[in-house]
Ligand binder design. Structure first.
Ligand SMILES: *[C@@H]1O[C@H](CO)[C@@H](O)[C@H](O)[C@H]1NC(C)=O
Ligand SMILES: *[C@@H]1O[C@H](CO)[C@@H](O)[C@H](O)[C@H]1NC(C)=O
Ligand SMILES: *[C@@H]1O[C@H](CO)[C@@H](O)[C@H](O)[C@H]1NC(C)=O
Ligand SMILES: *[C@@H]1O[C@H](CO)[C@@H](O)[C@H](O)[C@H]1NC(C)=O
Ligand SMILES: *[C@@H]1O[C@H](CO)[C@@H](O)[C@H](O)[C@H]1NC(C)=O
Ligand SMILES: [Zn+2]
Ligand SMILES: [Zn+2]
Length: 482
């Protein structure tokens, strides 16, 4: 366990040495820092390893009735799993520069089992868990769509729940700077510099753009409030212009990402979260300010994937990638009920290393728990799952480098399979991903725009439905020919 730390420490030294030797323009100040990105804890309060199989995990169908100590793919996370995840963070990097914590703390259960106080209590206990293990670390938290009662229905502007959570997070916010507490309290968003680096975190309230949030979804396009709920797009646009003038490097952080879910195969248009008008506006915001945005970090999918945004969504052949989004896997292993193929995942947490001077992400390492093995051993042995440097042979991340990865995935099955294995944190064998599935993943990665995604994925469906038609038609033909 102890020795496992040395290779990481050594290679960080190695990276620092290489940067200095390479005569980096800012070599005097160059330092490789780290931060954790953790998301989607989804604490199941009712999880139990004994009792009536129907109620051992909260409102879940399909649990086996033989639940292990650290969780089950049919259930949200027991406290033992969440504690082991935060302990693993301490084990692998106890002194990160900061932590991104992108929400969804409560279980996937009916609103009937919830109330505002219970949501706040769950957020409070998980806040204490992180604060207890990382008492001196700066934390940048945001709320998820499950961190509201009723779920998804966060109002535009202030709310009592948001105010209670602002008070819970006040020690972190006060460390981040003067305006952060008030900003979050009134809008669920904020901006704060990462001390000792060129990075500024812009934390977005993406829940306002969620199509299941009736406060904004119910508004017709003609309603002035519908185009920019809480003025968040204008706020972000002005802010990004100012940060560019200050020479800052921005990390955009939020719970729900734009674009389409890479695992849902039931419809050609796929499955997306942002309302179309907000997805379009988000893409425009990023295109307009791409030069100041270094990277973007989201949760919500529970799976591990990435997205690319291009300079011009109209021009397919000549477009240039201008921004990338990293979607971090969740800690909950919960099998999505959206459709059969969306599936479950192993619990994952993510350590990012970055150049504090340029803001560039140098590497991304995902640590995971092999859930059945942990339950069998009665011990949660978290371990390195993979990193970008080794799996995708990247020396650092950039829109161009990730576009290259996306293009390689297209032609090289081995690369795609590595991506696919990581997608469910090592749970699903890439063999289950059919041609249609592969095209869907690639369309989701490169086409954040819904219309472009549809066109890309329709090409996949046309291609595949021809195959499907052939395989159905062939036996009929044989019968006719006989
Ligand atoms: C969860 O547990 C509480 C008591 O601890 C119980 O009242 C409630 O019915 C349980 N909910 C479900 C859905 O099992
Ligand atoms: C929060 O933690 C306290 C102390 O361990 C415990 O008694 C309580 O049940 C927890 N509540 C929730 C909602 O997790
Ligand atoms: C946090 O900071 C305090 C005061 O500097 C120090 O005593 C303590 O050891 C630190 N804790 C950790 C876990 O780094
Ligand atoms: C936080 O927001 C609430 C409204 O939800 C407001 O009543 C309260 O005054 C705000 N707190 C501070 C310190 O501004
Ligand atoms: C990246 O992964 C490779 C292969 O698992 C491993 O050998 C290497 O030590 C890892 N690098 C870091 C910085 O963890
Ligand atoms: Zn979630
Ligand atoms: Zn979510």
């Amino acid at each position: 366990m102890r020795t496992a730390r040395f290779p990481g420490v050594l290679s960080r030294w190695a990276v620092a040495v290489v940067v200095v030797l390479a005569g980096h323009p800012h070599s005097a100040a160059a330092r490789i820092g780290t931060f954790w990105h953790v998301t989607d804890f989804h604490h199941d309060l009712n999880y139990s390893t004994s009792g009536d199989p129907k109620t051992m995990c909260w409102g879940t169908s399909g649990a086996s009735g033989d639940l292990g100590a650290f969780g089950d793919y049919a259930c949200d996370a027991p406290l033992s799993l969440l504690t082991s995840a935060v302990d693993a963070m301490v084990k692998f990097e106890s002194n990160p520069d900061f932590i991104l914590w992108t929400g969804d703390d409560t279980a996937h259960v009916s609103d009937d089992d919830f109330n505002t106080n219970l949501v706040v209590d769950i957020v409070a206990n998980l806040t204490h868990l992180i604060a207890d293990r990382f008492p001196n670390t700066t934390v940048f938290p945001v709320l998820g769509n499950h961190d509201y009662y009723p779920k998804n229905q966060i109002p535009v502007g202030p709310s009592p729940l948001q105010a209670s959570v602002a008070d819970l997070w006040k020690p972190w916010f006060d460390k981040l700077g003067g305006g952060v507490y008030n900003s979050f309290n009134s809008s669920g968003r904020y901006v704060a510099d990462v001390p000792g680096s060129s990075v500024t975190v812009v934390a977005l309230n993406t829940l306002l753009w969620y199509k299941n949030n009736e406060h904004t979804a119910a508004l017709p396009d003609t309603d002035p409030g519908a185009l920019d709920p809480d003025g968040q797009f204008s706020w972000a646009s002005n802010l990004l212009a100012n940060l560019a003038m200050r020479g800052r490097r921005v990390y955009l952080v939020g719970h729900i990402p734009p674009g389409t879910f890479e695992r849902y195969q039931q419809k050609r248009e796929g499955f997306h979260w942002y309302q179309p008008r907000y997805n379009e506006r988000f893409i425009k915001l990023v295109q307009q300010h791409a030069r100041v945005i270094e990277a973007q970090f989201y949760g919500h999918h529970h799976t591990d994937s990435f997205r690319l945004i291009f300079d011009d969504e109209k021009n397919a052949d000549q477009r240039t990638p201008v921004s990338y989004l990293l979607l971090s896997p969740g800690v909950t292993p919960w099998r999505s009920t959206l459709s059969k193929e969306t599936g479950a995942n192993n619990p994952g947490i993510r350590l990012v290393s970055y150049d504090t001077t340029t803001g560039a992400v140098v590497d991304v390492s995902t640590y995971y728990l092999d859930l059945p093995a942990a339950n069998l051993q009665g011990r949660a042995e978290w371990q390195l799952e993979y990193n970008f440097s080794s799996t995708y042979t990247l020396s650092s991340l950039s829109p161009e480098a990730l576009y290259e990865v996306a293009n390689t995935m297209k032609d090289d099955k081995a690369t795609f399979d590595r991506y696919y294995r990581a997608n469910t944190v090592g749970l699903e064998d890439p063999k289950v991903c059919t041609d249609q599935c592969r095209l869907l993943h690639r369309c989701a990665v490169t086409e954040v725009d819904y219309t472009r995604f549809y066109d890309c994925n329709t090409a996949a469906w046309t291609h595949l439905s021809r195959w499907a038609a052939l395989s159905v038609a062939a036996p009929v033909l044989l019968v006719l020919l006989r």
